[in-house]
Design a protein around this ligand. Structure first.
Ligand code: UDX
Length: 430
């Protein structure tokens, strides 16, 4: 099949590489010439395990090319996938400018019976407007469908190749058949529903997971208030098959490019429609306040930050990515600096990207060396659960006769072991 993928951001590049690896003839399109130049050399401007290898293989097999030209990418395409960004507006709503622009640009070049797939996350109710928008520029018979993505940064390639489900939303049977065929190599249940239901299933999944994270963070607060350990609570309640032991990591709240944005968009939509779902606004505001509240609590324990050297371990929003969007580092480091701390940030993969997001100065530096970050530190703060951070030996940084704190913000360490080394320990909900 001939496939065009519009937008070569994270979702677009992964989709293009995966569909090409299935033997389809894929063209990736972006209006940014620089991105296209670098993708032509199989170079991806972000860190995603396995992606460059997949790109190289698909390009070597002649299945994947890139262009900035709609006239090149769209006419041969049986399927056109729209994977452009939908950033948030300041009121929490989704900015659909790129989606509309892509639809207007692709429409005049569509071939008869092409399927246009919206993979960008668009709010409920967008499909009718998008259809009208394409109709205004197209003069062929085409179908508009939704195939949402559920991939996680850091495991996007595996998440696509071994997806838990393929969700296809649309009305026309001939178009659904083409999309079922395209996804056949993925060994996952395929769910065919309306375009709106498909799209909403993406929001519902992300909002549910964000709610779950917020829930366990609130239980962690209660644990701290009564002196119970949240990890014991998780161990105990997880045996209920309806609850399970997975995806319960209390921490600083959810971050990244999806959860914060999608929950806000759902909250905005719900408010606009008679406040039909006030839960999402509450989740979003609880999550946004969490890093500050946690920092205040730690500040009391460590007796303030002034003149303390803090080793801040983990700058990305989660392990195995260099993405800093809504990362704890972006909220906490400015606050620590404002409170008088000297901060050394460590990250195994995000250090160089972090330097462009968090400007370094006298009080703040960024390093790829855990040793450098931790040496002479008064407070070691383990923020992100990178394996490099969890598996490290912190004994060498202990200084006799000096009070040093180990702040474990993902509950990855044994309090007893660290206390035995002489650190004062503080975790989340324990
Ligand atoms: C998420 C969804 O998992 C994915 O299906 C969707 O397509 C995009 O959004 P991603 O943002 O890459 O993927 O990361 P994920 O691993 O789900 O984590 C999101 C945030 O939640 C991170 O900040 C993470 O630290 C946090 N989290 C996750 C917790 O705080 N506790 C948990 O138990 C799990």
């Amino acid at each position: 099949m001939h496939v065009a993928v519009i937008g070569t951001g994270f979702v677009g590049v992964v989709s293009a590489a995966v569909f090409a690896s299935f033997g389809n003839d894929v063209t990736g399109l972006d209006i940014d010439q620089k991105k296209i130049d670098s993708l032509e050399k199989s170079s991806v401007p972000f860190f995603e395990p396995g992606l460059e290898e997949l790109l190289q293989e698909a390009q070597a097999a002649g299945n994947l090319s890139f262009t900035t030209d709609y006239e090149v990418a769209i006419p041969p395409a049986d399927i056109v996938i729209v994977a452009v960004g939908t950033p948030s507006n300041s009121d929490g709503s989704a900015n659909l400018d790129y989606v509309y622009a892509a639809c207007a640009s692709l429409a005049p070049h569509l071939s008869e019976h092409a399927v246009v797939v919206v993979k960008s996350t668009v709010p409920p109710g967008t499909f009718t407007a998008l259809k009208q928008h394409i109709d205004a520029h197209a003069d062929v018979r085409y179908a508009l469908c939704s195939v949402p993505e559920f991939l996680r940064e850091g495991s996007a390639v595996a998440d696509t190749l071994e997806a838990g489900r393929v969700v296809i939303g649309g009305e026309e049977e001939w178009a659904i058949k083409k999309l079922v065929d395209l996804h056949k190599p993925i060994p996952a249940p395929t769910v065919v529903v309306s375009a709106e239901a498909a799209q909403l299933s993406k929001y519902a999944a992300n909002a549910y997971l964000a709610t779950r994270i917020t829930f366990i963070n609130q239980i962690a607060n209660v644990c701290e208030a009564v002196g119970a350990d949240v990890q014991d609570v998780i161990e105990a309640f997880g045996y209920d098959a309806r609850i399970g032991h997975h995806y319960w990591y209390p921490g600083l709240g959810y971050g990244g490019s999806c959860f914060p944005k999608d929950v806000k968009e759902l909250a905005h939509f719900a408010e606009k429609h008679g406040d039909v779902a006030p839960l999402f606004a509450a989740i979003s505001s609880i999550n946004q306040e969490r890093p500050r509240k946690i920092l205040d609590r730690i500040s009391q324990k460590v007796d303030g930050w002034s003149d303390k050297k803090v080793a801040f371990l983990g700058l990305s929003f989660k392990p195995h990515t260099d993405d800093l969007r809504e990362a704890p580092s972006t909220f906490l480091i400015p606050q620590l600096l404002a409170a008088g701390a000297t901060v050394v940030g460590f990250d195994p993969k995000a250090a160089s990207h972090a330097r462009s997001v968090l400007p370094v100065h006298d009080q703040f530096s960024i390093t790829e060396s855990l040793d450098e970050a931790c040496s002479e530190a008064d407070i070691i703060m383990a923020v992100i659960e990178w394996p490099e951070i969890i598996e490290h030996d912190y004994a060498p940084y202990r200084r006799e006769g000096v009070q040093q704190w180990f702040i474990d913000l993902r509950n990855q360490f044994s309090a007893e072991d660290l206390q035995a080394l002489g650190y004062d320990y503080s975790g989340i909900g324990r």
